[in-house]
Design a binder for this molecule. Sequence first.
Ligand SMILES: C[S@@+](CC[C@H](N)C(=O)[O-])C[C@H]1O[C@@H](n2cnc3c(N)ncnc32)[C@H](O)[C@@H]1O
Length: 182
Amino acid sequence: MLDSELEYVLIQKFAYYYANVQHNNAPTNFFYSIESISDRITDDQQVIDIGCGINPFKGLIQNLIGIDLVDVGADIVTSVESFQPTKKFDVAICFGSLQFGSYDYVLKQLMLIDKFMNEKSMIIWKFTPNDYVMHDDLDRFPLSEDILNDLAKKFNYIQSHFMHNINRQQDLRGYTTWTRKN
Ligand SMILES: C[S@@+](CC[C@H](N)C(=O)[O-])C[C@H]1O[C@@H](n2cnc3c(N)ncnc32)[C@H](O)[C@@H]1O
């Protein structure tokens, strides 16, 4: 189970965020734009968007389930910790959702996610780089290329397409892809 205090804080903060923050879309030809990712996913792939927020991939990806703590568009309103999957997934999209709390906490979340991923699968990450200070006082674990690479290895994934500090109108983000072949 997600630590109830952290869950309470995240729900409050993200409810505020969705009520007040305007979404800042990346150019559609950017490798990690919603459109580019959707184009690379085939109709036979089962996809989960973890911490989907407004569920931006809905309608663009055929077999998609979006889950989130906050009820602003998710197909299932749940924490990843309480999620009860009825199938396994080929692709997990973790856009800005897996870096709250400590390293051990993120590791625990990944252990749960790993259980519902197929052996051959992919995890696509968006994260706040460790050298960028967000001003929303959320307790983020500082992710870097090396830390993500070590985490990938723990779960037998290979990290690729790492992009750090992508500046889209002052909105600094990192992205990476984990792929597991068998
Ligand atoms: C920064 S927002 C990103 C939303 C969306 N993925 C995007 O890129 O626009 C992070 C989202 O992750 C969700 N989240 C954080 N921790 C979560 C958890 N343990 N289980 C499910 N959702 C979570 C939050 O509620 C929030 O909607």
